[in-house]
Design a binder for this molecule. Structure first.
Ligand SMILES: NC(=O)c1ccc[n+]([C@@H]2O[C@H](COP(=O)([O-])OP(=O)(O)OC[C@H]3O[C@@H](n4cnc5c(N)ncnc54)[C@H](OP(=O)(O)O)[C@@H]3O)[C@@H](O)[C@H]2O)c1
Length: 306
């Protein structure tokens, strides 16, 4: 079968190569991959991993071999799944508890956008629960995580202010009450702030958090450090800065129900995933577009089986 593998010394960071078929363990099913998505964190991984490494976490497709221990979906089921790696391939082995069944009205391309970015959006928002009536600020709202976080927060009853880099970047955004083009333009205080730009953006977030509010930091897209002083919290007493990692934030057995929840939001129409869709043969062209903030929402790739 074909798979994308890292080629640090090649003309592109990954290339399609013939690789062995997956060898599933007892609790793994084999999925024929129809689509996958690319995350900002994976852009870095494919630059630093050694020759021949197999990337890929977010996949969707059809189960072609069920897990031999009898758990998980049966052959022929359409699924979305989260793999550790090796997902950018025509077939991938996935633990049965890290996949969820797709309704017929959810396209593979939409589903493939969900695992890393959707789980991050959903689980960072849980740090602000209950969201009903709460003021929520989302930085990087044009991006993969941000545009889903805005919609899930709105669906949960929050009043959302979204930070996007420009009016053009905000064109695909749905549901935000207020859109600003710099966090410094965001007015008032917020009970929950999702922050992944870092640097000046995190400093500005601290200046906007309510007393006892929570800032969830889950990335550093700007690469800038932030200096923090206890006095910064003088007008925001007992506010909390919560670090977040999607993979370990909740128990392993929560992956399937959370993926199912995200897929159900897409099926019911309350989560619209903005997509830039291409063939997996175009990954080397689209990667720089994501790096340079030219992708609205998620970059997803169709996997041709022949
Ligand atoms: N901790 C975790 O578990 C976890 C999980 C998933 C993602 N992440 C991290 O969370 C961040 C967002 O992920 P994503 O998938 O949504 O990425 P993305 O699609 O590339 O979106 C990033 C957004 O950040 C904004 N941004 C602001 N300042 C930026 C800068 N200096 N450089 C680049 N972007 C900047 C951009 O919006 P504008 O162009 O509109 O300003 C962009 O839309 C990334 O840092 C990623 O590595 C962490």
């Amino acid at each position: 079968m074909l798979a994308l593998v890292t080629t640090p010394n090649g003309s592109a960071p990954v290339e399609l190569r013939d690789v062995p078929e997956p060898a599933p363990t007892a609790n793994e099913a084999v999925v024929e991959v129809h689509a996958f998505s690319l995350n900002r964190g994976e852009l870095r991984l494919i630059q630093i991993r050694p020759e021949g490494w197999r990337p890929g976490q977010d996949i969707s497709g059809v189960v072609v071999l069920a897990a031999s221990d009898g758990t998980g979906p049966t052959v022929g089921t359409r699924v979305v799944a989260l793999t550790d790696n090796a997902g950018w391939a025509q077939r991938a082995a996935v633990p049965a508890h890290r996949m969820a069944v797709l309704a017929d009205n959810v396209r593979f391309e939409e589903a493939a956008a969900l695992p890393v970015a959707g789980l991050t959006a959903l689980r960072t928002l849980r740090h602000g629960a209950p969201l009903l009536g709460k003021r929520v600020l989302v930085t990087g709202a044009a991006g993969g995580v941000g545009h889903m976080a805005v919609q899930i927060a709105v669906r949960s009853g929050a009043h959302v202010t979204a930070v996007v880099g420009s009016p053009e970047r905000g064109r695909h955004l749905r549901g935000a009450e207020t859109i600003v083009h710099d966090i410094d333009e965001a007015e008032g205080r917020f009970g929950l702030i999702l922050e992944a730009a870092g640097g000046a953006s995190l400093s500005a977030a601290i200046a906007r958090i309510e007393a006892k509010g929570t800032i969830v930091i889950f990335g550093n897209s700007s690469g800038e450090p932030t200096s923090i002083n206890f006095r910064d919290f003088a007008e925001h007493p007992n506010a909390r800065i919560q670090s977040f990692s999607y993979f370990t934030s909740e128990a392993e057995e929560r992956f399937a129900p959370d993926l199912a929840l995200l897929a159900s939001l897409v099926a019911e129409g309350s989560l619209k995933v903005a997509l830039v869709e291409s063939s997996w043969r175009d990954l080397a062209r689209i990667g720089p577009e994501l790096r340079d903030r030219n992708v609205a929402g998620k970059a997803v790739f169709r996997v041709e089986q022949s």
